[in-house]
Design a protein. Structure first.
Length: 264
């Protein structure tokens, strides 16, 4: 029987919170196909579990969230990688059509490089410890950040700052990442779990269906004109209007109690 702790990705759920852990600490949680597939499976499980409202993504060990591609594996499989479509070497979770509308919080410590940075940028919120380092070192290895990484960075940062990180391959500190705007909160390393927990608690105060509708509208609307986004009927918003949550918030406020949200 396989020891669960030896799996490249671990999944656990506690109440309304799912925790997904990249679990290859001996190689700084470096990415190989098994980790990509495990990440997909875990995120799909969280997406499809109606009791899960918020997802936390973290890296095992003390040194890294994820240091990027497993270069030893890449070296051993270089010819295979040349012939395969890029999309086959990426987790569906980082792709925009995966449609995971529940909030995902990345808890980042240590190295967050290459594909690891790509995974973190695919999350909705990033809480980082002071030792976190972000970057795309691919050009130094004759590679390109060939998933969603380049596109997310140039969409989320001013162009010159994005190109600086992409072309130099340098590491960016947690403090600089916060100044640039792609990290939400920076805390002392021992305080990272508590800070993530506080953020999760804030998210759980809201209707899970309202959060899903908000995320869907924000993500899909970003690719539309303002007029088209305003007129569009987003599926998760239509679900919200049909759910008890649509009136529960106002009722709870008028009755002086905490709202009782439905699972989404």
């Amino acid at each position: 029987m396989t020891n669960p702790s030896s799996q490249p990705v671990l999944y656990s759920a506690d109440g309304h919170v799912a925790t997904v852990t990249l679990n290859r600490p001996a190689v700084l949680n470096a990415i190989n196909p098994d980790l990509w597939m495990g990440l997909d499976d875990a995120m799909e499980q969280a997406r499809d579990d109606s009791t899960v409202r918020v997802i936390v993504l973290r890296g095992a060990g003390d040194k890294a969230f994820c240091a990027g591609a497993d270069l030893k594996w890449r070296a051993e499989n270089a010819e295979r990688l040349r012939d395969e479509p890029t999309r086959d070497n990426r987790a569906r979770f980082v792709m925009p059509d995966f449609e995971l509308w529940k909030p995902v919080v990345a808890a980042v410590h240590g190295y967050c490089l290459g594909g690891g940075f790509e995974i973190a940028m695919a999350c909705d919120l990033i809480v980082a410890s002071e030792d976190a380092q972000f970057g795309y070192p691919e050009p130094h290895r004759g590679l390109v950040a060939d998933g969603t990484a380049i596109h997310r960075l140039v969409q989320q940062l001013p162009n010159k700052q994005a190109m600086d990180l992409l072309l130099t391959g340098r590491k960016c500190s947690a403090q600089e990442a916060h100044r640039l705007g792609f990290v939400n909160r920076v805390v002392r390393k021992p305080d990272l779990p508590m800070a993530v927990g506080e953020l999760v608690t804030e998210l759980l105060e809201s209707s899970p269906q309202a959060l899903k509708a908000t995320k869907e509208m924000a993500r899909k609307g970003a690719d539309m004109s303002l007029r088209k986004a305003f007129k569009n009927e987003f599926p998760e918003f239509l679900k919200l209007k049909e759910s008890p949550d649509f009136s529960e918030g106002a009722k709870a406020f008028s009755e002086g109690r905490e709202p009782d949200w439905e699972d989404a």
